[in-house]
Design a protein around this ligand. Structure first.
Ligand SMILES: [Zn+2]
Length: 84
């Protein structure tokens, strides 16, 4: 059931879009976010952005194991949030 699986992944660093540094709070760019594994796989093929459990939307590029899990994603996953 890959469609319901959630795995951590990471947002790109702010260096890819430095002008957005003042708009975003920045924290989300340094966390691993929970996303649908199927979305991550599709994104790797199509280059589409994915949406994390916390609502963060981006194109995954980084190894999530090097980053702490996003606190919002963690809370929502613990609270039983799932993707549809
Ligand atoms: Zn998140």
């Amino acid at each position: 059931m890959p469609d319901t699986q959630t795995v951590p992944t990471i947002a790109p660093t702010i260096t890819e879009a430095p002008e957005r540094e003042q708009i975003d709070d920045g924290d989300h760019d340094r966390f691993a976010h929970y996303c649908k594994k199927a979305d991550i796989v599709r994104s790797a093929v199509t280059g589409e952005a994915i949406i994390a459990l916390c609502g963060k939307k981006w194109i995954p590029t980084r190894d999530p194991s090097r980053f702490p899990v996003c606190p919002t994603c963690k809370e929502r996953k613990a609270a039983g949030w799932t993707f549809r």
